[in-house]
Design a protein around this ligand. Structure first.
Ligand code: HSE
Length: 435
């Protein structure tokens, strides 16, 4: 029976440092709980590491990941470098050598799911990727194991801590976008390239992973509709507030009669909903199963220690299986690989939801009646209307209409016509409403 689990850690950045710290600080509790001694024996980094609160006396540090890949004593490769370059090589090579792999790399899993999961299923090594979605929230296990008897109809959630931090700061403290982003970066929440956070790409990576787990299929990342939060202006936050909503960056997927929906975009959520109360870098994911109903998982969605918690949970699970010389009874995506068919995501034009439409009208105290006429002709009906009491420097005024549920293609068709009318001061702002 194997009792010593030897870890090779690739990357000593925000998450890697958290993993090294956790494994040393909680070594005793992990030993007591599992009977396992789990130690990092080798770490690869090109960054300085001597400032970390980690005892390196028993860890060989190298600047080459090949040293770790070629070290036969290592049981588990922990890939925390990120991105789809060297990280991909590490993961594939490790599986090829029969080592187990733990990663937090959502971009790699989303963009190369077929290749990575095919290697994982084909390897005698085990695979953990809990930290790739939701930081410290065990959402992968919830879906794969907790709801394994349910048909999953969909999920919707806030799964980017940086985006939620920025929107919360803009809403609660009136912080401007740039300052809020800088704060999120300083706290270690943002990606190396923060455009991934603010343009919705990081959320989209996580949506693909959750869709594959929830719907037992493989999806093409490029078919997802992705819209970030850079277009959200303070006036939209204010008007949404007056109408009873908060603006959140949502990742959402549904298994509908029309096909699979998958999308990332800012959305208005009712102020009294659970998602509206999620603040700062916290994440919350609601999963809907046909027997369990609606569930909500909540916790720290980014940051060193919460993400390290998820990485270490995967290491421990692998350690437990290795310690009994067993095979993991749970397949990486919860189904045999040959059952994972490639499925299509329907175009966003096919979805139906409610819409917040903001019209910026030149020199007019009233919303011109043409607007509602054009919308109505295109089967888009209105449920709420609001006039802003602010007038901008060009003397134009914003009006908001909240539609009833409508087809996105009908809404887009109407907006194309309305945008060309002479009284429009700027293009219409469209934000979907999450009913
Ligand atoms: N940049 C990511 C976020 C890190 O802000 O959610 C966690 O995946």
């Amino acid at each position: 029976m194997k009792k010593n689990i030897k870890i090779g850690l690739c990357g000593l950045g925000t998450v890697g440092a958290g993993v090294a710290t956790l494994l040393q600080k909680n070594a005793q509790i992990i030993q007591t709980r599992t009977g396992l001694d789990i130690n990092i024996v080798q770490a690869a980094t090109i960054d300085p590491y001597d400032h970390l609160d980690v005892d390196f006396s028993n860890i060989k540090v190298t600047d080459s990941v090949d040293d770790i890949l070629n070290n036969p004593e290592i049981d588990v490769m922990v890939e925390l470098i990120g991105g789809t370059g060297i990280a991909k090589k590490i993961v594939l090579d490790a599986f090829d050598k029969g080592k187990s792999v733990v990663t937090a790399n959502k971009a790699l899993l989303a963009k190369h799911s077929q290749e990575i999961f095919s290697a994982a299923y084909g390897s005698k090594g085990l695979f953990g990727y809990e930290a790739s979605v939701g930081g410290g929230i065990p959402i992968i296990r919830n879906i794969r194991e907790g709801f394994s008897g349910d048909k999953i109809d969909g999920f919707s959630g806030i799964i980017n801590g940086t985006g939620n931090y920025i929107l919360s700061a803009m809403t609660n403290e009136r912080t401007d976008f740039k300052t809020a982003l800088k704060q999120a970066q300083d706290k270690g929440y943002a990606e190396a390239d923060p455009t991934f956070d603010i343009e919705g790409i990081d959320t989209a990576h996580k949506v693909i992973i959750l869709m594959e787990l929830a719907f037992n299929a493989l999806f093409d990342f490029d078919q997802l509709y992705i819209e970030g939060i850079t277009g959200i202006e303070p006036i939209d936050i204010d008007l949404a507030d007056e109408l009873g909503y908060r603006i959140k960056l949502l990742g959402k997927a549904l298994n509908t009669e029309r096909g699979f929906e998958g999308r990332v975009h800012p959305a208005l959520v009712k102020k009294d909903s659970m998602l509206a109360s999620v603040q700062g870098a916290f994440n919350a994911i609601s999963v809907f199963g046909n027997f369990v109903g609606h569930t909500m998982s909540y916790g720290a969605g980014a940051g060193s220690f919460p993400t390290a918690s998820a990485v270490v949970a995967d290491i421990i699970e692998i350690g437990r299986v290795l310690s009994i010389d067993g095979a993991n009874s749970v397949q990486p995506l919860g189904v045999p690989f040959e059952r994972l068919k490639k499925m299509e995501i329907i175009p966003v034009e096919e979805i139906e939801t409610e819409y917040y439409l903001r019209f910026n009208i030149k020199n007019n105290n009233q919303l011109p009646p043409e607007i509602e006429n054009i919308l109505s002709k295109n089967h888009v009906n209105i449920q709420q209307e609001l006039k802003s009491n602010q007038t901008d420097a060009e003397n134009s005024t914003s009006f908001v209409l909240i539609t009833q549920t409508a087809k996105e293609k009908d809404v887009r068709e109407s907006l194309k016509i309305i945008n060309s009318l002479p009284f429009m001061a700027s293009p219409i702002k469209l934000i979907r409403v999450d009913p």
